[in-house]
Design a protein around this ligand. Structure first.
Ligand code: CU
Ligand code: ZN
Length: 207
């Protein structure tokens, strides 16, 4: 009888404490909720974290949308490979059997109706414009893409001097991608004389 009288006020005090202070239950019963668990869980990158995915597989993607007055669109995948970046994907809405300049541009901004907001060719090394595998060229330079008679280009191109997801000056993550109206001549500075911009996209970490 005497014990009951002593414990009852204690329980009442704990109950009151629980109601007035939200953190009281954890403090009152440490065994039920290990303090370390809630602290460490958010710090461990989950497999679906985009940043972790880029770090692990070094992949990214871009969705190309048409500029004003054009119908060119597509999806691209970027993968870090030995010495550069492999770009694959499919682009539709091109004139049949045509050849088109295709580059990574310095700004991931497709907001302008003609996509001039994407800036010039991505060029972290301040190089001259040129052709991949044939001397000096921009990190964003790529060989032209070619459309079938149906206006579809299956893309498999390579960038050299570019990296993916490493945060270096050469990192193409967040940069723009442009499909041009004309072929790149690999000579004219600094654009390759590839003409208007038919489609624009932003390189983003693969989900
Ligand atoms: Cu370009
Ligand atoms: Zn260039």
């Amino acid at each position: 009888m005497r014990k009951t009288l002593l414990i009852a006020p204690l329980l009442a005090a704990l109950a009151a404490c629980s109601q007035s202070e939200p953190e009281a239950p954890a403090a009152a019963d440490p065994a039920a909720q290990p303090p370390a668990a809630p602290e460490t869980a958010p710090l461990t990158p989950s497999p679906t974290d985009p940043a972790a995915a880029v770090e692990a597989g070094r992949t990214a993607s871009a969705t190309l949308a048409p500029t004003e007055g054009h119908q060119t669109r597509g999806t691209l995948q970027f993968e870090a490979v030995d010495g550069g970046i492999r770009v694959t994907g499919e682009i539709t809405g091109l004139p049949g059997g045509s050849e088109h300049g295709f580059h990574v541009h310095e700004t991931g901004d497709c907001s302008a109706p003609d996509a001039t907001s994407a800036g010039g060719h991505f060029n972290p090394a301040s190089s001259a414009h040129g052709r991949v595998g044939q001397g000096e060229h921009h990190a964003g330079d790529s060989d032209n893409i070619t459309a079938t008679a149906a206006g579809i280009a299956v893309v498999d191109r390579r960038l050299e001097g570019a990296t993916l997801g490493d945060g270096a000056a050469t990192d193409i993550l967040g940069k723009g991608v442009i499909v041009h109206a004309k072929p790149d001549d690999y000579k004219t500075q600094p654009t390759g004389d590839a003409g208007d911009r038919l489609a624009c996209g932003v390189i983003e970490a693969a989900q």
